[in-house]
Design a protein around this ligand. Structure first.
Ligand code: SF4
Length: 64
């Protein structure tokens, strides 16, 4: 799995961080998403897919 972000669209909702805190973080200054692990291990895949599904701005793209 490989993750890419279109952070310019991020509305800093923080949903991704709640669901997959080992993969996503938010910048302290404005809450915009930060990708901690672009190629997360298998144990994180379900959480990453969920984060992509619930992101209100469709920022997170998951590539198999
Ligand atoms: S859920 Fe989407 S909009 Fe919200 S912080 Fe994460 S990437 Fe940004």
């Amino acid at each position: 799995m490989k993750i890419t972000l279109d952070a310019e669209k991020c509305c800093a909702a923080g949903q991704c961080v709640l669901v997959a805190p080992e993969v996503f973080d938010q910048r302290d200054e404005d809450g915009v998403v930060v990708l901690l692990d672009a190629e997360p291990p298998a144990g994180q895949h379900d959480a990453v897919r969920e984060a992509a599904a619930i992101c209100p701005a469709a920022v997170i793209e998951v590539h198999v």
